[in-house]
Design a protein around this ligand. Structure first.
Ligand code: FDA
Length: 302
């Protein structure tokens, strides 16, 4: 992993900068990859994507919350988003992070917050995806999923291909709707592949496994090599288009997003919004330092 990647991951985890950034508004080019700071702006962005036949998954930005009031506030906001999806009849569902809802404060408190969200989402038949964060939160997040899945069938999660245990987990959760990703956090070599080739190989293995299991698979990547492989694989294995979708992040490879939807594939854009944009944006810079272009343009086009 290059020092540039490490540097941006360090910045993404810096609590002081995370808090400070909320006072700046959407800066540093973040507005290209974050769909506004409030619900109204986010809904407008989604209507534009829906017009291209693209569905959306909405992330109310925020993570690593250590105060109960903040977690309760985040829960209230996500419930408002669910109400807005219903009211505006947009094609969208929810993505959320357990640490935003208090996983670092108290497991039962987090479970209670999630249960309230699930109850509201269920009442409108809206799907909820539990995003996966770093290794320290992996098992507790799966525990939350196990608990919620006893009552709710509108929940799914993410399997991160860089983890050695991802193959065990995909087998365990094969009956769930799953989003498959490479993995975004800095992880120890004792738990995760570090080499891009190993991660890509495992990613393809997981994708093929879940596609063949017959459950709905979200293939979340901007990597055209992976996307082309999937197109070929589904054709060869007669996997119908309604059993999978491609997902990309808001603002990335926009032309390719529209093109894939036009080709008749289900496509879903991950739409982050809100004031807590800093950690999310720094992780995107860590993944792809070329994204610094966004920052440069912003700084020089004043
Ligand atoms: P990667 O970054 O490996 O790039 C591979 C190649 O693709 C590049 O070399 C380049 O050729 C091409 N490419 C990539 N981006 C490009 C661009 N913008 N323009 C042109 N070419 C480009 N992670 C996590 O840990 N937990 C989670 O819950 C999620 N959720 C999630 C949802 C969605 C919808 C997405 C798309 C991603 C996530 N992730 C995630 C992040 C994921 O784990 C991963 O870190 C990023 O997607 C980066 O990996 P890629 O597979 O996109 O390609």
């Amino acid at each position: 992993m290059s020092w540039v990647k490490n540097f941006f991951i360090y910045l993404s985890e810096n609590q002081t900068l995370n808090k400070g950034a909320q006072r700046w508004g959407l800066k540093l080019g973040a507005q290209s990859v974050v769909a506004g700071t409030n619900i109204d702006e986010m809904i407008e962005s989604i209507k534009k994507l829906n017009a291209h036949g693209i569905s959306c998954t909405i992330d109310n930005l925020g993570e690593f919350v250590f105060e109960k009031e903040e977690a309760v506030e985040a829960k209230g906001k996500i419930i408002k988003v669910i109400e807005a999806i219903h009211e505006h009849q947009i094609d969208a569902h929810i993505s959320l992070k357990p640490t935003q809802l208090g996983l670092d404060i108290d497991y039962d408190f987090c479970l209670a917050n999630l249960t309230e969200i699930m109850e509201k989402a269920k009442s409108y038949d809206i799907f909820v995806n539990m995003d996966m964060e770093d290794y320290d939160h992996l098992q507790t997040s799966f525990d939350l999923l196990d608990e919620l899945a006893k009552t709710y069938d509108n929940i799914g999660t993410v399997i991160q291909a860089y983890f050695f245990n991802s193959v065990d987990n995909i087998q365990k959760y094969k009956d769930f709707r799953l989003r498959l990703v490479k993995g975004a956090y800095k992880e120890s070599e004792t738990v995760a592949f570090q080499d891009k080739k190993d991660i890509d190989k495992n990613f393809l293995k997981l994708i093929e496994y879940h596609l063949l299991s017959g459950k709905f698979t979200s293939i979340a990547t901007h990597d055209h090599h992976i996307i082309n492989h999937v197109k070929k694989f589904v054709k060869e294995n007669n996997i119908p288009n309604d059993k999978f979708e491609f997902q990309m992040l808001y603002g990335f490879r926009k032309d390719m997003q529209i093109e894939l939807a036009k080709e008749g594939y289900n496509f879903c854009t991950y739409v982050p919004f809100g004031e807590d944009w800093y950690g999310y944006f720094m992780r995107r810079l860590a993944e792809r330092p070329q994204n610094l272009n966004l920052v440069a343009k912003q700084v020089f086009n004043k």
